[in-house]
Design a protein around this ligand. Sequence first.
Ligand code: ZN
Ligand code: ZN
Length: 215
Amino acid sequence: MIDLHTHTLFSDGELLPSELVRRAEMIGYEAVALTDHADSSNVDWIVPRLVQVCRDLNAHWKVRALPGIELTHVPPAMIGPLAQKARALGALIVVVHGETPVEPVPPMTNRMAIEAGVDILAHPGVISAEEVVLARERNVALEISARKGHSLSNGHVARLGEEHGAELVLNTDSHSPEDLISREKALNVVLGAGLRPDFFEKMLQNSRRFLARLS
Ligand SMILES: [Zn+2]
Ligand SMILES: [Zn+2]
């Protein structure tokens, strides 16, 4: 499993980065990105700390840990500048908390995230076909989410993503140790989204390509 969206104590996750990464390694993960919730109040506080711990863990353990950020409920016009700031601070992956059906995420969040060229638009909810096409053109991956609530629109995202050739990735959005998933559970999420079983491998390849671009 490659999981490019998780949370630690640096936002509302339950685990210290070291424990999250250790647990991910123990259930067979190849790589895990730490992408805590941020806005302009805390991006400069979170990113350097995640950069530090990922550097330390990568020197000792086999699983690859990546420092990232999830820009969350920020005014859409601020997504681009905050994404740039996060990258300048060392974030290797910028996720945006998309327009999930279960929270009042500001309208235009999906659009501005795609236009800003972030890495992953997480749980994009009932995203439009036009935005899916734009995501493909801008190389922004759309997320199929294993998380309760956010996963309500997986079927829609999967269908439009496949139809328009946008890159899809499967992430857990883990906040607790039990949210990390095995391949078997991941496959269930894929089937539940209405995708063919082999699509799991395809999404894993998309995540692997993302990692390859970083090294
Ligand atoms: Zn989110
Ligand atoms: Zn999240």
